[in-house]
Design a protein around this ligand. Structure first.
Ligand code: GDP
Length: 298
């Protein structure tokens, strides 16, 4: 735990050093507040979250007559925690068998990597996982998924040149007949502006429901934190089309834009199930608002 928190912290160093270097000063005055506001914006918190955080910090500082920057840091940390709290979620994977998870995202967001990490995460804690190579357009995506699957020793359903809907349907059927706990269904990456592709995702969602009445149980968008404010637009577009249940936010290692989660809390509020903090199999962690706030401001 310490290890990944360390990695998240060092990843968020740019955001954090931007935020925390100001707390080493002597005075809490108007210039101090202005600097804090600027740094929150630079960390990609966005205007609504920044204004809310500033209001809370100012109110508390005034009420408690705080005069030391270090005390204000703790106030900001708690305010960030409060803001992130609504984003917390845990995917209750035991509520259906198999639990069917449909994973979507734009190309390059880290979708395939995250599916590999998810499979590994659930396999490690004792769940049987089946992967569906639903990105039938890119042979490379299928091969990449195979590599991840071998690493965590899970099965993959794939069909070269086949229709993605057919792969999705078959994988749920196979998940049922093999009595798996979880089926994770990959989909072709796309741009939110490619509306016809968005239509195709809707179709896959429907097909999953035909294979199993209550499926998909989770519709997860993988989104790249380094996209900053563009990430918000992606979340909105996918959420409007598919009604997302959760996000995986990737590439939080090495970004100066960790504040984007605060902005997410002010916009669509799709909860964050996991965060990606590196390229390796173990670099996926359940999202904890407390730990994230500490890593960001602590
Ligand atoms: P896809 O096109 O959405 O399937 O994206 P990929 O899974 O192929 O990932 C694109 C690139 O992002 C690869 O080089 C991954 O190693 C990298 N990547 C994915 N997740 C993370 C992460 O959490 N941190 C870092 N640093 N890189 C990541």
């Amino acid at each position: 735990r310490q290890d990944w928190l360390g990695r998240l912290k060092s990843g968020l160093t740019k955001t954090r050093s931007g935020l925390t270097s100001m707390f080493t000063g002597e005075k809490v005055d108007e210039a101090f507040f202005e600097e804090m506001e600027e740094r929150l914006l630079l960390a990609d918190c966005g205007l609504p979250a920044t204004e809310l955080l500033m209001q809370k910090v100012r109110d508390t500082v005034y009420q408690k007559s705080l005069t030391r920057p270090e005390d204000v840091r703790l106030v900001l940390r708690d305010a960030v925690f409060d803001l992130l709290r609504p984003l917390e979620t845990s995917m209750g994977v035991d509520r259906a068998r198999p639990l069917v998870m449909m994973v979507v995202g734009v190309n390059g967001a880290g979708k395939t990597t995250s599916i590999g990490k998810l499979a590994n995460h659930y396999a490690e804690i004792g769940y049987s996982v089946l992967l569906a190579a639903g990105d039938t357009f890119r042979a490379a995506a299928r091969e990449q998924l195979d590599v991840w699957a071998q690493r965590s020793n899970v099965d993959v359903i794939s069909a070269e040149g086949s229709d993605p809907g057919a792969v999705a349907f078959d994988s749920v059927q196979a998940g049922m007949s093999r009595n798996k706990h979880i089926v994770i269904c990959d989909t072709a990456g796309r741009l939110p502006t490619q509306l016809h592709l968005m239509e195709e995702l809707k179709k896959i969602k429907k097909v999953l429901g035909k294979a199993k009445m209550d499926a998909p149980h989770e519709i997860v968008l993988v989104v790249d934190a380094t996209n900053g404010q563009n990430a918000l637009q992606q979340i909105k577009a996918f959420n409007d089309a598919l009604t997302l249940t959760a996000l995986v936010v990737t590439k939080l290692d090495g970004t100066a834009k960790g504040g984007i989660l605060a902005a997410m809390s002010m916009s669509t509020r799709v909860p964050v199930a996991f965060i990606g903090v590196g390229e390796k199999l173990g670099d996926l962690r359940p999202f904890s608002p407390r730990e994230f706030a500490n890593a960001l401001v602590g």
